[in-house]
Ligand binder design. Sequence first.
Ligand code: IPD
Ligand code: CA
Ligand code: CA
Length: 258
Amino acid sequence: MLKQTLIKAAETGGAIMKDYFDKSFVISNKEGINNLVTEVDHKSEEAIFKVIKEQFPEHYILSEEAGEIIQDSNYKWIIDPIDGTVNYANGIPICCVSIGLEKDGKMILGAVFNPFLNEFFLAERGKGATLNNKPIHVSNKTEVIKSCMVTGFPYTYLDAPNGPLDVFDKLIRKGVPVRRLGSAAIDLCWVAAGRFDAFYEHKLQAWDSAAGFLMVEEAGGKVTDLIGNYYNPYQPGIIASNGKVHDELVRIVNGGKV
Ligand code: IPD
Ligand code: CA
Ligand code: CA
């Protein structure tokens, strides 16, 4: 039932995203400039909550726009009702619903659904990761210099030594293709599917990565914090890769040469 509820919740949020995409909707600013939230983020979130609460009213929920519904439960749903809101608000169909489910502090299930590409990624701890029900695996590249990467930039905090711009500058100057899609959950799923060899980002929230990091692990990849320790979604930095380029990328992100 947990898995069915997860799938239904992600599909429901995705259907709302699709429904409003071509319509006009209210867009507001959160803190900073261009850190947006739309009316559709809230609608998607409400609909996802409804699906989960119908089955599991006693579960804990952490969600980007509504915050936390704190309950004494072993289960915690971690929800991003639209990951890639800036894309969504600009009519760019690279955005998704992302939902992770933790049990006793461990991520056990993750779903990421991009309704525009009709791509549904699902991960189940110990059982692998799938894209539209077909198993997916990370890539086989072994060197950073030959890799195709993806990253994201926070709305604030860019210029620190070894920060987002420093690392990007270093990779780009050596000719490593580094994309910026604007949705961390999709970035992670595309590493899981072998489209990218690695992803790194300096400042994410738990709802950005909860589902996607399990996807990468279950597709055979590796996910750590920025210094190479086991990944915990409640701290900001992430490096997710096919595993083979991981140590080299950790070194580069921490000041090493490409
Ligand atoms: C953002 C996206 C983006 C990442 C930002 C996130 P949002 O989430 O995942 O790729 O670079 O740090 O905040 O605001 O679109 O849900
Ligand atoms: Ca997000
Ligand atoms: Ca969001």
